[in-house]
Design a protein around this ligand. Structure first.
Ligand SMILES: [Mn+2]
Length: 365
């Protein structure tokens, strides 16, 4: 289907245009819908590109461009507006243009692979990723500095699969990113929210990211038009997940994959630290967002799609409802404000920055 490229680019442009223009629609129940949530581009069927194909395309592109030669500037597809002035690149003396508003190499729907090659093969094939899981466009200055925070424990196979599927998407999106895997030490109940707070704090020790994406280890993006960036409002990114028949289970859902700017995350005092075990922490964040006059935004369900890797059900935290109910009175004291942890280890293998942390249960507030 030759319509594919132009229609998907048009579609992403439509999303960005609506967002930039603030002409989005407000859903009666508080949702923000960009574009038409019900329209599925007809290109979906013919537009699939496997991650291995993409890898080989990427690899070719990179091996062809020798470092001493000027890299041709890609056309600004679809913008139709003024070209940005070149920006000096801090790492070299070459002046590079800002990346186009719409990444020109997006493919739309991608075939998700649940069986990645060995880690060493992956490390070789992602030649353009730097130690610590850092990627940035080679021929333009990224518009977004994004930290991807993955709370983690006991799921190495899931992590490997996520990295295999996520890096190519992020590279095509031309963002300046770093993947942080925050692992909880010990056998206490898992505290996803606290790990994400730790990821936020530790990422900012590396450099000033302006956008944070909190990412479950078992969700694999199915469409690279689902940009890993932070729009004007906190954004819930995993709108349609195969496990839930690609339907949003409830309107205020903020779990799975979500994006918040540094300003907004700071404003709401991060996540609550009191949710040990499964459930509730994402709903508490949704409450924080609303309490601060913000709202949850979403891309259309045909773009914000994920596949979930299978795992056995986590033990739900019996106190989650109670914590949720009383959450409001802790918004200002429970979160980044009283976060306590010990960084046990930090390493930078090729495909991610790994942080091992011992969480200190928060003092009653
Ligand atoms: Mn899960």
């Amino acid at each position: 289907m030759c319509l594919h490229a132009s229609s998907s680019i048009f579609y992403i442009f439509l999303i960005i245009y609506r967002y930039a223009d603030r002409s989005y629609r407000t859903h009666p129940r508080g949702l923000i819908i960009y574009g038409q949530a019900t329209v599925v581009p007809s290109s979906a069927a013919g537009g699939n590109v496997s991650s291995t194909t993409i890898l080989s395309i990427l690899a070719k592109g990179f091996s062809n461009s020798s470092k001493s030669e000027p890299v041709p500037i890609r056309n600004l597809v679809g913008s139709g507006t003024t070209r940005d002035l070149p920006v000096a690149n801090a790492t070299s003396n070459v002046t590079m243009p800002r990346c186009p508003l719409i990444p020109p190499n997006l493919v739309g729907p991608v075939i998700v692979s649940k069986s990645p090659p060995s880690l060493s093969e992956m490390e070789k094939s992602f030649a353009e990723v730097k130690a610590g899981g850092i990627g940035r466009p080679a021929d333009c200055v990224a518009r977004h500095r994004v930290a991807i925070i993955i709370p983690f424990r006991d799921r190495p196979q899931h992590l490997q699969t996520l990295l295999y599927n996520l890096h190519p998407v992020l590279l095509r999106q031309q963002i300046d990113y770093q993947i942080f895997v925050v692992e909880q030490e010990g056998t206490e109940a898992f505290n996803r929210a606290m790990l994400m707070n730790v990821g936020y704090v530790e990422a900012l020790k590396e450099r000033t990211f302006d956008c944070f994406i909190f990412h479950d280890v078992d969700l694999l993006p199915e469409d690279d038009r689902n940009l890993y960036t932070c729009p004007e409002q906190p954004r819930h990114m995993s709108v349609a997940v195969d496990k839930f028949k690609y339907r949003l289970p409830y309107n205020d859902l903020f779990g799975g994959v979500s994006a918040m700017s540094r300003e907004h995350f700071q404003l709401v005092n991060g996540f609550s630290n009191v949710f040990w075990g499964w459930g509730g922490e994402d709903d508490d964040m949704a409450n924080r967002i609303k309490a601060h006059g913000l709202h949850i935004s979403r891309y259309p369900a045909n773009v914000a799609r994920y596949k979930m890797l299978a795992h056995k059900k986590e033990k739900a935290n019996p106190k989650r409802y109670e914590n949720l109910k009383t959450g409001k009175k802790r918004f200002s004291t429970d979160g980044l404000a009283n976060l306590q942890y010990e960084l046990i280890d930090k390493r930078k293998p090729k495909l991610y920055t790994w942080l091992l942390v011992r969480l200190t249960p928060p003092q009653p507030s």
